[in-house]
Design a protein around this ligand. Structure first.
Ligand code: PRP
Ligand code: URA
Length: 207
């Protein structure tokens, strides 16, 4: 299931990112801010449990509210790194893994070159990558996460192509896909239209 986070602040910041005149600095800042804003939707159904008591300045005694699940954030390198800080700002106790994946520019087939997730009991794993294009990278990353025995997974991206959403949904119908926008389609080079170009290059200034 794909869930579009249509909050006005997200939509205005996303349009800054789509502008080809936007600097790498402003692109990164907007991505971080959208990452934080999207947390409101992505984590709205998390279970909250009572921890130890706290005392308020008015001397009321209340149980501290804590998340029931451990959270592991799993950005796909490189572009996922640009979104992870915004999410981590909202979830400071989340542990971070890394999934190294690049797609061959000719074949568009993803290649895994690195995988490390923290060892945590029964976590919610949040796969993070701003771009869902053909869906090849997301499915390969989910395959890799599941192979290590993690089954509670959701996917957080920024811009999603309908083609990629379908590929992920067909492979993993149980995994929720959260995005800021569902765009129109892919071009003949596998880029999202209208999209925002190559997210990794714009975050890291490689081109
Ligand atoms: C981009 C993007 C995704 C992938 C999406 O990464 O960050 O990981 O392409 O495309 P797909 O849905 O067709 O697989 P890229 O492979 O360019 O690597 P990079 O982040 O290192 O630039
Ligand atoms: N990866 C990107 O960075 N942008 C796209 O449009 C497609 C894949």
């Amino acid at each position: 299931m794909a869930i579009e986070c249509k909050h006005p602040l997200i939509q205005t910041k996303l349009s800054i990112m789509r502008d080809k005149k936007t600097s790498s600095k402003e692109f990164r800042e907007s991505l971080t801010e959208i990452g934080s804003l999207m947390c409101y939707k992505v984590f709205e159904d998390l279970e909250v449990v009572d921890g130890e008591n706290i005392v308020t300045p008015t001397n009321a005694v209340l149980p501290k509210k804590e998340l029931a699940n451990h959270i592991v954030l799993a950005p796909i390198l490189r572009a996922g790194l640009g979104m992870v800080d915004g999410v981590r700002n909202m979830l400071p106790t989340a542990r971070i893994g890394h999934i190294g994946m690049y797609r061959d520019e000719e074949t568009l087939i993803p290649h895994e070159y690195y995988f490390k997730l923290p060892e945590v009991d029964n976590p919610l794993v949040v796969l993070i990558d701003p771009m869902l294009a053909t869906g090849g990278s997301a499915v390969a990353a989910i395959d890799a996460i599941k192979k290590r025995g993690y089954n509670n997974i959701r996917f957080m991206c920024l811009v999603a192509a309908p083609e990629g959403i379908k590929v992920v949904e067909d492979a993993y119908p149980e995994i929720k896909i959260y995005c800021a926008a569902i765009d129109e389609k892919l071009n003949e080079h596998g880029y999202i239209l209208p999209g925002l170009g190559d997210a990794g290059d714009r975050i890291f200034g490689t081109k």
